[in-house]
Ligand binder design. Sequence first.
Ligand code: FAD
Length: 341
Amino acid sequence: MKRAKVNQNINLNDYNDIWVIGEQREGKIHPVTIELIGEAKKLAGEINKKVVVVVAGYEINEEVNKLLYYGVDKVIYLSNPLLKNFSTDGYSISISNLILERKPEIVLVGATSIGRDLGPRIAAKVGTGLVADCTMLSIDPEDKKLLQTRPAFGGNLMATIICPINRPQMATVRPGVMKKATHIDRPTGVVEVVAPAITEADIVAKVVKIMKSSKKTVDLTDAKIIVSGGRGVKGPEGFELIKALAEKLGGEVGASRACIDSGWIDSMHQIGQTGTTVRPEVYFACGISGAIQHLAGMSDSKYIVAINSDPAAPIFNVCDLGIVGDLKEVIPAMIEEIEKN
Ligand code: FAD
């Protein structure tokens, strides 16, 4: 394994292209990959670079080809039986070697459980820095460096970080924040298959078995409708109303952190700065005051409906439709109306 020193003596002109490290699980491309492609294309337009997706796996040619339909210039498919499932060593060695050889200018990784493991290891192996969990990326209009913005100090301020001398500029990006790339009918990009020379001996930590959680998972990032409850639901039983409305509308259940901290509902429902970022077609905020940390995760929703008994609640400043009232009366009335239709 080649390993670069942290203080690289590099020529910045040698570095090109924006890479997205694509993620696959059990042979299916993870949605964060499409979000990263969308973001990479936006950045590429500003600095006139090509967008390349790198995906590691085995026997996933069809899924790999689908990526071309998001308008990327190239997909590099790292194909090897040892890369069928994610392994920290197999993936980080294969991708790092490719980075050292091809020299991308920017590398984006999803801040998923896999990306959070992979990103820092790649950065260490290629001798560059990494800004973790970015929620905004842009290009400095003057020196064309990547501006990487992320919540800092427990989410109390947003920090914009640059990678001044080392390359590539690397970031993990929070899932659900960036807009997905649009699907195109006639791709012009190409797939290049590379067979990384890794062996069993390279993979120290091996995945022995994948066990799926029996718990029903919540798909907040892709939900079209989300009904969220806040402290105003007054307890775990209050979430029954929230669930009933979500079910009637075919939506998912969200929650403010106050409810998670109180143990009223599982943390996988949390929306906000330290939870999931969502942008559904309709977002119902029920008994949620509208704290800045909650708004950070849902204010991009297309249509926001707020139900709150306090007419001065800040959530009314961001909603499209505000209902002042007790959610215990308003929600059953809504359900009754829906049932009539
Ligand atoms: P409250 O602020 O207590 O609001 C409850 C609302 O319910 C009030 O507006 C009240 O008028 C209304 N209400 C009461 N009774 C009724 C009723 N019967 N009918 C209708 N309305 C009623 N929060 C998040 O949500 N997500 C995050 O990711 C997040 N991250 C954070 C990160 C940091 C670093 C910090 C410091 C805080 C974070 N928070 C987050 C917490 C955040 O600051 C707020 O404390 C939290 O969002 C408040 O939740 P809430 O709106 O449910 O509760």
